[in-house]
Design a protein around this ligand. Structure first.
Ligand SMILES: Cc1cc2nc3c(=O)[nH]c(=O)nc-3n(C[C@H](O)[C@H](O)[C@H](O)COP(=O)(O)O)c2cc1C
Length: 185
């Protein structure tokens, strides 16, 4: 089983990255091949709505780092989508990635992400985990459009500084458990 983590935070060692590592560790304990990418390390421009990918879908006219990432996504059995909450929603890096995935869909709404399993991670500074609701809805809507199977989600609240989540044992465990569930489901 191949698992691909997609991290929408620009911070190295940030909370979403730590939780992604934990999901991956839980999956690896059940035998999975895992790779994670940090979107801010890549050159992924926003979608230009040129519609060169329509009607067939499949690839994108913008030849940046999204092209090899699309290949990795196609070959993965499961994805981890992890984002910090910025202004109540996903980060700009995550939204650019979502929009560029438009090229995977044809005019009949067939998509090469169909059937892939997915674990969602969202983190925020607000003490209330409901602050993650809107961002998780953005990710879930993307997954539903692509007919992916959401296996579960982890919400980390009260996390302002990078890596602060390492002090929250129950969240680390929840992420690890989600990784195992991703493989078993
Ligand atoms: C531009 C910006 C906007 C943010 N907006 C919110 C917000 O709307 N609600 C919130 O609770 N936290 C907000 N935060 C805090 C981050 O969600 C929080 O620091 C999170 O732990 C960052 O995740 P990371 O460590 O994975 O980068 C914002 C941070 C930045 C830099």
């Amino acid at each position: 089983m191949k698992l691909l983590g997609i991290i929408g935070s620009p911070r190295k060692g940030g909370n979403s990255a730590v939780l992604t590592e934990q999901v991956a560790a839980g999956a690896q304990s059940k035998w999975a091949q895992v790779e994670s990418v940090t979107l801010s390390d890549l050159n992924i421009a926003p979608c230009r709505a040129c519609m060169a990918c329509k009607p067939e879908g499949g690839t994108c006219a913008q030849k940046d780092d999204m092209i090899p990432l699309l290949e990795k996504m196609r070959s993965a059995d499961a994805l981890i989508l992890a984002t910090p909450i910025y202004w109540g929603d996903v980060t700009a890096q995550m939204k650019a990635w979502i929009d560029r995935c438009y090229c995977l869909m044809d005019m009949q709404f067939n998509t090469s992400l169909k059937g892939k399993k997915v674990a969602l991670v969202a983190v925020c500074a607000d003490p209330q985990e409901t602050m993650t609701d809107h961002g998780l809805k953005t990710l879930a809507q993307f997954c539903n459009f692509n007919q992916m199977k959401i296996v579960g989600e982890v919400k980390g609240a009260g996390l302002l500084m990078p890596g602060q989540v390492k002090e929250k044992a129950e969240l680390l465990k929840a992420a690890n458990d989600l990784g195992a569930k991703l493989i078993e489901s």
